[in-house]
Design a binder for this molecule. Structure first.
Ligand code: ATP
Ligand code: MG
Length: 319
């Protein structure tokens, strides 16, 4: 258990409503709370549109929260001004899925890697390059990549370059948004092994956004399951297969075929239509698809309750 470790990120009751052109409100993140501790890999999973990227944008203040707080290293950063936020962002690095959209096609890898050292005025170029070479070695790349352009490298190589850049800043928190989704399955595994190795070496906390349940259960410490903006369950990754309780988490598990799964097991998808996230009423967002929903589930938001050590579930059916 990671209980005694320092809390690096504390997200309290975070909400984000987008006001659409016709005046209606889209609730993308709905009262989400969780903590991430030093050295921990905290995964966020859930289907497309459930608010994972919005959550990352709220933490990094790319988007402003409608309500709630983000406490980073004991400091409330929810309302920090731009200047102060810039220095916070050095300690909070992000890695995205589509690396090529981050790396300009006209930029040599060396310049891409030097960029944060220049932006944060960290050290002279020579020292920065030494650091960069060391980090490239740690992601098993040679310095020959420094002279190349992004299109001359594979997706896996580019992602490893982004990982080396983020770790090179020695952050307190790394936010990874679908960093393996664009890669082949065999490359995904290599990148994840490398990532976890570096993460434990550096003791960095990580918010790992991913929609691949099998990948996440292998490589993270804890998992938060989101459904249409709501945080429905937080569970230790090792317990996911056996102790998950929320009907949505259970539905997800039944719809996945793990490598270790019994080949004869039937795969069941979650039936029913998801609710629209626009102008939602206060209820459990999963009520329209839950096989056991009661009238209360349609009328009230279930609170997130601790049901076992470090295991939280938001579901009336468990009361
Ligand atoms: N700027 C915006 N304006 C209006 N609606 C938005 C905006 N950004 C996101 N949304 C909506 O918020 C919801 C959550 O989107 P988000 O991108 O966070 O989902 P996601 O879980 O990251 O999905 P994916 O797995 O496809 O990346 C979606 O319904 C999306 O359409
Ligand atoms: Mg996303």
């Amino acid at each position: 258990m990671t209980e005694e470790k320092r809390v690096v990120l504390d997200v309290e009751d975070l909400c984000k409503d987008f006001v659409l052109e016709n005046g209606s409100r889209l609730s993308a993140v709905d009262h989400v709370s969780f903590q991430i501790r030093e050295g921990e890999c905290f995964a966020v999973i859930g289907e497309s549109g459930c608010g994972k990227t919005t959550l990352a944008k709220l933490i990094t203040r790319v988007e402003e929260a409608t309500s709630g707080r983000v406490i980073f290293q004991d400091r409330d950063i929810t309302a920090l001004g731009r200047g102060k936020m810039k220095s916070v962002l050095r300690d909070m690095q992000m890695i995205f899925q589509n690396v090529l959209s981050v790396v300009s096609p006209k930029m040599k890898i060396q310049d891409f890697l030097l960029e944060p050292y220049r932006n944060f005025r960290l050290m002279p170029k020579r020292e920065a390059l030494e650091n960069i070479r060391r980090m490239l070695k740690s992601v098993r790349l040679t310095e020959a990549v420094l002279k190349k352009y992004p299109h001359q490298l594979s997706g896996g190589e580019l992602q490893r370059i982004c990982i080396s850049r983020a770790f090179g800043m020695n952050p307190q928190l790394l936010i990874c948004d679908e960093i393996t989704s664009a890669l082949d399955v065999s490359v995904q595994d290599d990148v994840m092994k490398l990532f976890r190795e570096l993460q434990s070496q550096h003791g960095i906390a990580c918010l790992f956004i991913c929609h691949d349940l099998a990948l996440v259960s292998n490589y993270s410490d804890r998992i938060m399951v989101m459904y249409l903006g709501q945080n429905v369950e937080i569970i230790d990754s090792a317990d996911l297969g056996t102790k998950a309780l929320h009907p949505y988490t259970r539905g997800l598990l039944q719809s996945f075929l793990f490598i270790s799964s019994d080949r004869g097991r039937a795969i069941r998808t979650i039936s029913g239509e998801p609710q629209s996230p626009v102008d939602v009423s206060a209820n459990c967002r999963f009520c329209t698809r839950c096989p056991k929903a009661s009238s209360r589930c349609f009328e009230e938001v279930p609170p997130l309750r601790e049901v076992g050590p470090g295991h939280y579930v938001a579901c009336f059916l468990l009361e």
